[in-house]
Design a protein around this ligand. Sequence first.
Ligand code: UDP
Ligand code: MG
Length: 323
Amino acid sequence: MDLSIVVPIYNEEENIPELHRHIAEALDASGLDYEVVLVDDGSTDHSFSLLKEIAGKDPRVKVIRFRRNFGQTAAMAAGFDAARGEVVVPMDGDLQNDPADIPLLMARIREGYDVVSGWRKDRQDTFINRRLPSIIANSLISRMTGVHLHDYGCTLKAYRREVLEGINLYGEMHRFVPALASQVGARVTEMPVRHHPRLHGVSKYGISRTMRVVLDLMTVKFLLSYSTKPIQLFGKWGIYTLAASFLTGGATLYMKLFEHMSMNRNPLLILTGFLLFMGVQFIVLGLLGELNARTYYEAQAKPIYVIRERINVGDRGPGTGDR
Ligand code: UDP
Ligand code: MG
């Protein structure tokens, strides 16, 4: 099968019939062999019965229903796990993404890319609480992960399935998949896609999402740069703060011996104690992190590297670099 389309759905009853029609219209002409995986993320309206009806009529449609609302990331992860196509394309279920872009994304994948990220160049959302935070978030994410994309938040993207197999999603992390994929060596590019205003139903997010994105970005940055070597991050700061404490401690002593300034009246003494304490904490945190990293990788026989191909090397079972 060429393609799996994965759609997370949470209370989209007005959009579902049209969604299915749009997908079928856009893809039947393309000649692609495809399936649609619709994931009902615990909807409380009639979304599920509509999905069931569609699946009854169209055997290319698979439906997964969650017991409660687990969030868009979980819904997408469930869809990715069920997907059987060579290429997996997630898209929103609210008709804001346009299925007519899917064949174009597929064409870019065929050029040899592993990830093609949609870019809502002409985004149809309000400026102040949606587009502005998104511009800031995208430049921040690009700079911190080193994977430069204009629109991390666009759900419409295309992934070669084997790239997704090595990636586990937690929290709100679906938007970081291109950065995580690039970490395991995927070739990533982006492409402008269409975007439509939401006509039915309401957006499931508000401005509070910005905060969650920033927190997730910290996690992703840590995972990308230091998950196999936490002491390199914490130990570095530990050494800096210890060095600073020796400087302030030395200055306190110098003032006492040569300028007759009483040590216990000198605020630098408190700073010295504080920095010393912090430095030791950082280093201990780094060592604990190292222990944790070993548990994380070795308990699951996860390698710390990813192999693209092997020539004349036998497959030795677990720990072979196929994440
Ligand atoms: N969604 C979901 N679970 C949630 C929230 C959203 O499956 O907890 C789905 C929603 O039905 C839609 C997609 O995720 O298909 C994007 O949501 P929305 O359109 O509300 O986000 P926006 O486009 O406003 O960023
Ligand atoms: Mg939307």
